[in-house]
Design a protein around this ligand. Structure first.
Ligand SMILES: [Mg+2]
Length: 288
């Protein structure tokens, strides 16, 4: 290797959205139901009026939930409600076995390549953090509540807007962990590759909807691989965000959210890993 050749980073990352990407539902709606609240009534009559009044949607949702909890004498909305929900969440078919399957694939290409998984959710992170698949993710990012002494929700301490999701792509790429999170990224383009944990060109992003579109743009900009998923009971042409996608946001594949062996999605992920793995192998030849 010399200064004329690109640096080698033997690492691949896959970042997933959560709601309707790894689970068939919206976890906020499930949380409302778990708190004996009517989803439509809560959104239409509590959240939407705030939104119309200039509130950010994520803050409005959290505020309404905090208000609801404060009004309750008992059966407060607590962290354990989010944990309980996470534990019983229904995942899409095949999700649980996917992580091992993809790890095997990477080992087959080159045992020196590391594969890491990340979750970037627009929902409340304590829900995915309590699922059986949480252990596979290096980091889980999402909205966060501040909890009181008895675990009741008090405030939203971190929100995850659609554009903010991209910030965490830069975080995972730079290798920003909890303890160095103050090292915010304003200069990503100018970072040399030896300062990067995993280049965005070696990141695969999987998402289902409008909250993921800014991430599709960033992934495309840096030549990573973006994959879109849609519910199994519809077709690619019925994907409801079709009209919203611009040229720069187009994904490499749009397939049903089915993670079972040999599904289009699993085959897409294996091919995406193959593509990036071969780019890494090409650079590695320089070291021989
Ligand atoms: Mg989603």
């Amino acid at each position: 290797m010399n200064q004329a050749t690109k640096l080698l980073c033997p690492r691949i990352a896959i970042a997933f959205d959560f709601d309707r990407t790894l689970i068939p539902d919206d976890s906020f709606h499930l949380l409302l139901k778990n708190c004996q609240l009517d989803v439509d009534d809560f959104i239409d009559n509590r959240v939407d009026p705030l939104f119309a009044n200039g509130w950010d949607r994520y803050l409005a949702k959290a505020y309404c939930l905090v208000k609801e909890s404060q009004q309750r004498k008992d059966n407060k909305i607590t962290q354990s409600k989010l944990v309980e929900l996470g534990k019983k969440l229904k995942l899409y078919d095949g999700v649980t076995s996917m992580f091992e399957l993809l790890q095997q694939k990477v080992k087959g290409i080159d045992p020196e390549i590391e594969l890491e998984f990340y979750l970037i959710s627009g929902g409340f992170a304590d829900i995915p953090r309590s699922t059986s698949i949480a252990k596979y993710f290096k980091r889980i990012w999402g909205c966060e509540f501040q909890y009181g002494d008895r675990g009741e929700i008090e405030f939203i301490k971190r929100q995850m807007t659609h554009t903010e999701k991209t910030r965490y792509l830069y975080y995972l790429s730079k290798g920003i962990e909890k303890d160095n999170e103050k090292d915010l990224i304003y200069n990503y383009q100018d970072l040399s590759e030896d300062k990067i944990h995993v280049p965005l060109s070696q990141v695969i992003y999987v998402g289902d909807g409008s909250s993921d579109i800014p991430c599709f743009t960033v992934i495309n900009q840096y030549r990573g691989i973006a994959l879109g998923v849609y519910p199994q009971n519809c077709t690619a042409d019925e994907w409801k965000y079709l009209e919203k996608i611009n040229y720069s946001q187009r994904v490499s594949g749009l397939v049903p959210a089915n993670y079972q062996k040999n599904s289009q999605l699993i085959r897409s992920l294996l091919l995406a890993i193959d593509c990036i793995g071969k780019r890494i192998a090409l650079r590695k030849l320089n070291l021989e």
